[in-house]
Structure formats: structure tokens, C-alpha cells
Design a protein around this ligand. Structure first.
Ligand SMILES: [Zn+2]
Length: 480
């Protein structure tokens, strides 16, 4: 087959990326504090022959690793941040912390980053082998779980420089992500009042807690008069204390504003800001608005979805051992067993193929060892990702491969365990093969790339409104 070079190259060179992904799993660093992980990547990639730049776009733990010259210039996106409180020993089927109270790769970003690195390395060698012209760049994007570094990079137009971006995410099914998702803006509102004895001299007090409550009531009324598909969530992050006989001088509330269009999210955000100002005025408090992060909706690219889906079919799919299948099954039993996941797949062909293959001997398979066709531009996922901001600046596609058992809960100890298991790593190398073949097809077929770019131009005609306000800096989430 045409791209067997990539399949063979990655089969022969996968071990170093598995070892590296294990190291990142062990570091388990939180968003925007991925110092060891970033250093590890930079050292590895320069050893492999890439030109490495650390701290791109002013984000300390962001990097680029570049090989080749001229166009097409294709980016692979790497992520490597972990989640707090999810420390877990990898490759076992019981909950057991690796570091007491530590962090863990509950979203599998140790695999995500190294899968992308493996794809970039295979692409480098494919370019050398074929003598094709082009540039391949692994873009190290920190802070996906919090901080949204890609959105900050996009605010500086970083991704406009590429002809296409290819990425992936560990999942429970082999497919291509399609359609849109929600844009999301996070803002913390801090209200400052005046403390007073609540019975003795309440007239002296100005309650920050009142301000938070009035803001929340104001937003409840706003919900009646905003677009149907928008969402506003909040959490009271500081209620001012536990003493009702004190007029609370400080309180804070964290808001998330979501909409399927980033432009609309930015508009709605302004209305929420106005309500915060109103609540401060009514309560006699002061309000400080602290932007936390923002991500855009994703722009679908049908041409790239088709290329990546073909690539997924051309990539050598994992052959699992009995031990790996038993491991996935045992993991699935810890959350009630593998289940029907069809409602999370796009309506139509994807669900048909899934339904025809999802069972064995009458029971749902724990390992979805087949490939599901992608949805169309109307598919929608309600979550949010900073890959969206990339997709507004260059044609972008995301591969998914099965690294977790079917129906595994996201951000869970089960996923941390799978993220450092031979079952998970087989999914990672499968994704690397599919991504490298996707890129190779784009270097090989200028017409296909041109079509992807024309489609991108049409779908982004309305322009890009960054969800990041001018002058905002990435915020380390636990500093909120
Ligand atoms: Zn993730």
C-alpha cells in the first residue's frame, strides 16, 4: 500500500515514544506548569533532528519542533497537561494512587502529545524518503485542561502560518471528529464590600455575598432572552465565610458562557459583565472581572475529515493480545461494564456501523476494534476545546482512536490507568500512523489541500473573533 513506509516506520520506532509517554505520565504536571514535560519534549525532539524553540507566543511551556522547508507547512498539535487529584498507577484494574494526592493523566494527554510527536517524526522520515518538499511542525500546546494556550496563541495569529493542522485525542472509538462544538468563556467576578456586625450596625456593611446573589438572579432573567443554544454555568467560589452574623466583605463567583459560535459567546459575555456591574451598583460593592480563559467553536472541514478517515483505514489497526482485551474488560467492569455509546456518535452512518459491530456474543465489546465513519458539518458536541481557535486559522482535523474501553468515564482513574497501559499505547501508535498518513496525503496531493483551504475560506467567511480580551495573559488555573 502507498503509505506502508509510515506504517512500517512507526511499527519499528514506536518503542521510544511509548517510553516517552510513560515518562510524561509520571510527571503528570498541571496546566501551564508542564516544565518537566516541556523540557523532556524539547530534548527528545532536538535529538531526533527537529529545530526546537521553547516559550513560543510568550507561553513558557509552549514549544515548536520544526523540520523541512517551504510549503506545505503542516502542524501536529501536542498537549501534555494532567488533572489534579487523579494520581493513579498505570496498567492496573483497581484504583490505586501513584502519588498520594497527586495529579494524573485522566484525559490521556501523555498519549496525545507523544502520539503527535511520533506522527511528526514519521512525517519527517517520509519527507526524507520521498524527497517531497514541505515543513512539518510539532506544536507543543500546554494548558488544554485550563488556561487554553492554543487560544492565546491564536490571538497572536500563530496558526495562520500553517496550511493545515492535524491532531487527535484518545477516546473509546476509532473515528474522526466532525462538526462544531461550543465556544466557552470563563470569567471570575470578585466582589468587594464592607464587613460589619450584621445585627449591631448592618447599615455600615456592604455585602459582597448579596452582590453575588443578585448577579446570579440577574443572569437567571437573562436566560429567557439569550439564544436557545447558549449556556451559562456558574459556581460560587467564595461565599464570604460561614458566619451569618457578619456582613461578608468579599465573595466571588466563576462563570462559564458557552455558545456554538464564538462571536455570539463574546456578545453574551458582555451582557453578563453588565449584570455584574449592576449587582455591584445595587449592593454598594465593587466588582473586579478576571478573565480566566476562552475557547472558540470548531470549524468543520469535510475535505480533511475524508482524508483523515481514509488515513485511519490505511493505518495498521492494533492487534490486541488476550491480556490487553482482558485488561480493558476488567477496567470497564469497574464502571458497570461496556455499554451502548451510540448516542455520542453522529446520527446516520456512524451509528449504523457502530451498531453492526459493537457486540460480541450478545454483549457490548469493551474494546471497539473497528472504525466508525465521521459525521457531517451539522454534527455537534456540547463540550469545548481550544483546538477550536486553531480551526479558525487553518484547516484542522482531529482523529480519535480507542485508548479507553467503551463508555469509560472522562477524567477518571480508569483513564489514567489506561493512559499508561499497552492497550492505550496501541491506540496512540495507531493515531500516530493515521495522522502521519493524513499529512503525507496533503504533501502528496496539492489539489486536495487546495480544496481543504477553499472550504476553510468559505466556512470562516464571517471572520474570527477571539474569545481572549486584549492584553489578557494565560492564568494558571489554581491561582484563580
Ligand atoms: Zn483532553
Amino acid at each position: 500500500m502507498k503509505y506502508d513506509f509510515i506504517n512500517d516506520f512507526l511499527s519499528q520506532n514506536s518503542e521510544q515514544f511509548v517510553t516517552a509517554a510513560k515518562a510524561i505520565h509520571g510527571f503528570a504536571e498541571l496546566s501551564l506548569k508542564e516544565y518537566k514535560s516541556c523540557d523532556f519534549y524539547c530534548e527528545l525532539l532536538s535529538k531526533l533532528g527537529f529545530t526546537v524553540t521553547k516559550g513560543v507566543c510568550g507561553v513558557e511551556t509552549a514549544f515548536t519542533a520544526t523540520y523541512g522547508s517551504g510549503s506545505p507547512k503542516i502542524a501536529f498539535l501536542a498537549e501534555y497537561d494532567a488533572l489534579a487529584g487523579l494520581s493513579q498507577v498505570g496498567g492496573i484494574t483497581v484504583k490505586q494512587e501513584a502519588v498520594p494526592g497527586g495529579n494524573g493523566h485522566g484525559c490521556g494527554h501523555n498519549m496525545l502529545g507523544m502520539g503527535a510527536a511520533a506522527a511528526a517524526y514519521a512525517t519527517m522520515h517520509w519527507l526524507k524518503e520521498t524527497g517531497k518538499q514541505g515543513t512539518v511542525v510539532l506544536v507543543g500546546c500546554p494548558g488544554e485542561e485550563g488556561g487554553a494556550a492554543k487560544a492565546f496563541m491564536a490571538k497572536q495569529n500563530f496558526f495562520c502560518d500553517f496550511d493545515a493542522a492535524v491532531t487527535w485525542h484518545p477516546g473509546d472509538v476509532n473515528t474522526i471528529s466532525a462538526g462544531g462544538c461550543n465556544a466557552c468563556i470563563q470569567t471570575q467576578y470578585k466582589f468587594y464590600g464592607i464587613a460589619a456586625h450584621a445585627a449591631g450596625c448592618p447599615e455600615m456593611g456592604r455585602s459582597a455575598l448579596d452582590a453575588v446573589e443578585m448577579m446570579n438572579v440577574g443572569v437567571q432573567f437573562l436566560r429567557e432572552h439569550m439564544p436557545q443554544n447558549a449556556r451559562i454555568h456558574y459556581a460560587i467560589t467564595n461565599s464570604g465565610g460561614v458566619s451569618p452574623n457578619v456582613v461578608q466583605p468579599y465573595a466571588s463567583v466563576l462563570y462559564m458562557v458557552r455558545s456554538p459560535l464564538v462571536k455570539k459567546a463574546v456578545e453574551l459575555q458582555k451582557r453578563v459583565d453588565d449584570i455584574a456591574d449592576g449587582a455591584a451598583l445595587m449592593s454598594g460593592c465593587k466588582v473586579e472581572k478576571c478573565f480566566i480563559d476562552g475557547t472558540s467553536d470548531t470549524i468543520h472541514n469535510e475535505v480533511l475529515c475524508d482524508v483523515a478517515y481514509d488515513a485511519l483505514l490505511m493505518a495498521d489497526a492494533p492487534q490486541y493480545t488476550k491480556a490487553e482485551l482482558d485488561f480493558a474488560k476488567a477496567i470497564s467492569e469497574t464502571y458497570g461494564g461496556a455499554c451502548d455509546i451510540s448516542e455520542y456518535l453522529p446520527v446516520g452512518k456512524a451509528r449504523e456501523v457502530y451498531s453492526a459491530n459493537c457486540k460480541q456474543d450478545g454483549a457490548y465489546k469493551a474494546v471497539l476494534d473497528f472504525t466508525v465513519p465521521h459525521g457531517d458539518a451539522d454534527s455537534f458536541s456540547p463540550g469545548s476545546t481550544d483546538v477550536g481557535d486553531v480551526s479558525y486559522q487553518t484547516p484542522t482535523v482531529q482523529v480519535y482512536t480507542a485508548c479507553f474501553p467503551a463508555g469509560a468515564p472522562g477524567h477518571s482513574w480508569q483513564n489514567v490507568s489506561c493512559a499508561d497501559s499497552s492497550f492505550g499505547y496501541k491506540g496512540m501508535i495507531y493515531a500516530a500512523k493515521a495522522m502521519a498518513i493524513t499529512a503525507a496525503k496533503l504533501y502528496d496531493e496539492p489539489d486536495t489541500l487546495a480544496k481543504a483551504k477553499s472550504e476553510f475560506a468559505v466556512r470562516t467567511e464571517g471572520g474570527f473573533v477571539s474569545p481572549i480580551p486584549d492584553g489578557a495573559k494565560p492564568v494558571v488555573p489554581e491561582m484563580i
